[in-house]
Design a protein around this ligand. Structure first.
Ligand code: NDP
Ligand code: 2IT
Length: 464
């Protein structure tokens, strides 16, 4: 699987073209960021027509400009005594409705374009949750893969030594994303606690033994499946008996798989950057436990799955013109849970040809604009990332609330609140789409519903 941007540029109306032309001129070379903004601006045209104050106040122009971008040097030493230099970032995009909130990504592909697209989407996602959190994102071009625990610790300590002066429980609260799981959050939190001499809720995704919320690791995957179930319920259907394709094999993919199994569906695929496995018998609870140990403890490759379960077939990753073969496995539903632009127009066409009628995005922006157009054209129930994967950040906000109260909610209580948030997001998307004449279109629904609350807050708080 490769990270690639949309294969064609969608022209859109004169308004969208003008807006994008200006944005591209002042942020050249940031293809992922442009892609994320184009989708939102296309959805908002009708809102700007209906609400002229948004245009007059230049809300959209303000919203695409981060409030602050921090870039810094991270130097650290590997186990052989070699010195490495990486880049660290935090994009503090919008704090109109709450402290900046969003994950940290550690992956060699991280650059400002990737973090601006993620931070921009996070504004709308966080608004959709109905919770008081602004939008931000950060990370580094450092990949933990293949590094020892000691190396990862030294990197995290060096990264936090600079980042700590820019974050805080009421200012900016980072969490995990690709390459940042429980281990990294532990090292980052420890260094923050040492440097600030305070035990506060400055990071979420902590271990429940020291301030984390129960169910935070599960929340993104579970929430995505809850969102899928809400979409299906509008047609009187459930996940029971459905064959599902899941990509990735990290945090989001694992807990998506767990919840699909619980709701009676069958997961046939998983992947990592090296390749993908197809298990025609379905991944059951015992096989999933093997994957969790493989990925979270032994930090191995998904190819080992096919060595352990010989009925499954491993395919090394390919990047041909015919797309990613994972999306050519016949199924009823797809849960892309690896990375951006992993479903192209070609892949989307394979999915609809194979009768996939439901796509719920666990990853951020996993579908290119061409792919989205194919889904819309064929009436696929399509839950875009900023709605479908908001469960993770929602439980992060619950973690902030519990930390503030010095309280701990039960697993059942967190799960019940998560279900309510996902159902609420679903209903807000449906309603916003209906009001603006896009019935059943969750792309427009999520962008519009996410936007209006932040836009109104920005206007009420004056020119900032
Ligand atoms: P993990 O690091 O736990 O897992 C990422 C998975 O995706 C791995 O299997 C990884 O394979 C694969 N992957 C990552 N980058 C690439 C790439 N460029 N090409 C091919 N494969 C890749 O991350 P998460 O599960 O946390 O994140 C997955 C997606 O979900 C991301 O888009 C993230 O932004 C999104 N997300 C995460 C949330 C969270 O709470 N964690 C919340 C909302 C969205 P390999 O190990 O080989 O690199
Ligand atoms: O993309 C996302 O929403 C995340 N990586 C989770 C952010 C968070 O603050 O929990």
């Amino acid at each position: 699987m490769s990270t690639q941007t949309a294969e064609t540029t969608h022209c859109g109306s004169a308004f969208v073209q003008d807006f994008m032309c200006q944005l591209e001129n002042c942020s050249p070379g940031q293809a992922e960021f442009h892609q994320a903004v184009r989708e939102v601006v296309t959805s908002l045209e009708v809102v700007l027509e209906a609400r002229p104050e948004y245009r007059k106040e230049r809300v959209l122009e303000r919203m695409v400009e981060p409030e602050r971008v921090i870039q810094f040097r991270v130097t650290w030493m590997d186990d052989e005594g070699e010195i490495h230099v990486n880049r660290g970032y935090r994009v503090q995009f919008n704090s109109a409705i709450g402290p900046y909130k969003g994950g940290l990504r550690f992956h060699r592909s991280v650059d400002l374009s990737v973090l601006k697209f993620l931070g921009f989407e996070q504004i709308f996602k966080n608004s959709l949750t109905g919770l008081p959190i602004g939008g931000g994102k950060g990370g580094s071009d450092f990949s933990p893969a293949g590094r020892s625990d000691a190396e990862v610790m030294r990197f995290c300590q060096a990264f936090m030594t600079e980042l700590q002066r820019h974050i805080g429980a009421d200012t900016d609260v980072p969490a995990g994303d690709i390459g940042v799981g429980g281990r990294e959050i532990g090292y980052l939190y420890g260094q923050n606690r040492r440097l600030t001499n305070s035990f506060t809720g400055t990071l979420t995704g902590r271990d429940p033994a020291w301030g984390g919320s129960l169910l935070r690791p599960e929340a993104t995957g579970y929430g995505c499946v809850y969102f899928a179930a809400e979409m299906l319920a509008t047609q009187g259907r459930t996940l029971e008996g459905m064959d599902c394709l899941v990509s990735g094999s990290g945090n989001v993919a694992q807990y998506t798989t767990e919840k699909v199994i619980e709701l009676g569906g069958r997961v046939l695929t998983l992947s990592d950057s090296g390749g993908w496995i197809h298990d025609p018998d379905g991944i059951d609870t015992e096989k999933l436990a093997f994957v969790m140990d493989l990925k979270n403890v032994r930090r191995g490759r998904i190819s080992e799955y096919a060595e352990k379960y010989p009925n499954a077939i491993y395919h090394p990753a390919t990047t041909g013109a015919d797309g990613n073969p994972l999306w050519q496995v016949p199924a009823d539903a797809a849960f892309p849970s690896a990375t951006q632009n992993e479903i192209t127009g070609v892949d989307a066409r394979h999915l609809v040809e194979n009768k996939v009628g439901l796509v719920a995005e666990g990853a951020n922006m996993p579908t290119t604009a061409d792919g989205q157009a194919v889904f819309m054209e064929h009436g696929v129930l399509y839950g875009p990332a900023k709605a479908a994967n908001a469960g993770g950040v929602a439980v992060s906000a619950f973690e902030m609330a519990q930390a503030g109260q010095r309280m701990k909610w039960t697993r059942e209580e967190v799960d019940e609140r998560l279900r309510r948030v996902m159902a609420g997001i679903h209903d807000s998307c449906v309603e916003a789409a209906r009001v603006y004449g896009h019935e059943g279109n969750y792309i427009h629904g999520s962008n519009i519903a996410g936007f209006t609350k932040v836009a109104d807050a920005m206007i009420q708080q004056g020119l900032i």
